[in-house]
Structures are given as C-alpha cells and as structure tokens.
Design a protein around this ligand. Structure first.
Ligand SMILES: [Zn+2]
Length: 285
C-alpha cells in the first residue's frame, strides 16, 4: 500500500491545458474516476491533494471511498495576486482577502489550507526559480492566520530563504523545498516538519526533450543530495510526487517518487511514518 501526500487530481501527467479544459462546464466525473482508478490500481490508498480552482479535488474526495481511498483536500490553494498559483487555486490582494479565502475554503469543505509562497522551478535552467518568494512577514502572518482558524498548513515552497522562513513560521508540511541549503536542512530536521521533495516532476523529465537534459540532471542531483542529507539528520521526508504534473501520472508517479526516495536513502518505514503524520494532522478537527 502506498500513500500519496501531494497530488493534483485535476491534472493528468500529460497535458495540463487539455486536462483542465475537461472541467470547463463543471467537474468531469469521468476524468476524476479515471484518476482514482489509476491510484487504486497502483495501490495508492491515501491521497492528499494540493488543490485546484475547479473543485475537482472536492469531488475526488467524495468519490474516493468507492475506491477504498482516503482523500484529503484543501479544495483550492491560495496565492498572492501576481504570483504563481493560478493553476491550482484562488488569489488574494490583501490580508483581509486572504482571511476570507480561509473561511471560504472551510465552507467548501477543506481539510486544511494550502498556500503558495514561492515560484516554481525554471526547468530549463538549473538552480533558477520563476520568481522571488513572498516576504518573511507575509509568510508568517499567512500561516498564523490559518492556524488561528484551526487549520493545518501545506506550503508550496522553493528557495533557501523562503523555505527557511516557512519552516520558522511553523508550517505543517513543506512541499518541493528545492534549493534548501545546509542550515535550512538542519532546521527542517530539527523541527521534524514533514517534507515532500517531489523529485519525480524533475527526474521524469530526463530524456523527454522538452528541456536540456544537463540542466534537468543538475536539479535532480541537487535535490537527491538534499534528501540524502535531510534523511541522514533524521528529517521527516515523505512520499509526495506532485502526481498530475507533467510526466508524473497518477499511480505510476507515486511509484516513481518512491524509487527516487529510496535511492536517496529514505526508508519505507520513514515514508510510512510521515504519511501517518500527514493523515493525523491534515484533517478537520
Ligand atoms: Zn503541487
């Protein structure tokens, strides 16, 4: 049995635009069932979604029990206007709007709050992110407000400083975490905050021809190294593939991620224990 701690049911691992277009007139139940079947077939019986703007993950949660799957969703992710995140959720312009989105997520049935505090990898240029992350104070206030509302926080976060600030602010799980340096990795290990390094969306690009392989390889190598260091220090490294991302299909993506993690020195026991932490913390109380 596998637990997938970071998936996006709205995407199909092939073509993001086409996958999202299926839901333009309301959620396409057939597509959701297809992805749930893929998870079930691969033995993925726990899924934590990272959100979407079309309530696809919300329906996935309703249907999941039919497939023997325990499902958790933030419904949508929250990002600051003008920053990355439109793909997976809704934006705010000021703090009041952010607080309103927390209330809306709860009303729509969210199990937890998902926030976006940094850009994504520029896959064609190793070590580069698409944009700067949010400010330290913004990250701190966003996490505190969600906690005040009784919700756990899953944060999309890359970049050394941004990850450090997000960990400092007491996030409940750190997603991606590319480019963390030694001090930040030490903090991660010390705080025992679950980290999903999502290696498959990078590793699976090798040989696909969309980006230069030498750049992809550098990013892959760097992240494997970070995972190894974190695991050695006893950090809580978990299995979350970002399933649905390009070349990371549901079911198979989770298996791929598990292989990368094992190669980087993460034990199955560690993955299971992190999944357990996620199951316990990322649910409505
Ligand atoms: Zn994601």
């Amino acid at each position: 049995m596998l637990g997938e701690c970071h998936a996006h049911m709205i995407m199909d691992g092939i073509n993001y635009k086409a996958a999202v277009a299926l839901h333009k007139d309301g959620v396409c139940e057939q597509a959701v069932r297809q992805h749930l079947r893929e998870c079930q077939k691969a033995g993925v019986l726990f899924v934590r979604d990272g959100g979407d703007a079309k309530k696809v993950s919300k329906l996935a949660k309703e249907l999941a029990p039919e497939y023997g799957i325990t499902y958790r969703t933030p419904v949508f992710a929250i990002h600051k206007r003008g920053h990355y995140g439109g793909i997976v959720g809704h934006y705010f312009e000021n703090f009041r709007e952010y607080q309103e989105l927390i209330v809306r997520a709860k009303d729509e049935g969210a199990d937890f709050i998902k926030i976006m505090v940094s850009g994504i990898l520029d896959f064609g240029r190793a070590g580069v992110l698409t944009e700067d992350g949010l400010l330290r104070e913004e990250i701190r206030d966003m996490i505190a407000a969600a906690h005040d509302a009784g919700m756990a926080v899953m944060a999309h976060c890359n970049g050394d400083k941004t990850c450090c600030w997000t960990l400092e602010a007491g996030v409940d799980s750190l997603e991606h975490g590319y480019f963390m340096e030694d001090e930040t990795l030490a903090l991660l290990a010390e705080q025992k905050i679950p980290w999903m390094p999502t290696i498959a969306p990078v590793g699976n690009l090798l040989g696909c021809g969309r980006f230069p392989d030498e750049e992809v390889r550098k990013n892959l190598k760097g992240q494997m190294e970070r995972v190894r260091k974190a695991a050695e220090q006893g950090a809580n490294v978990g299995l979350g593939s970002d399933a649905g991302a390009y070349l990371v299909p549901h079911g198979k993506g989770t298996k791929d991620e598990k292989e990368y993690l094992i190669k980087a020195g993460v034990t199955e026991k560690m993955m299971e224990s992190v999944e357990q932490m996620i199951r316990e913390r990322f649910q409505r109380r």
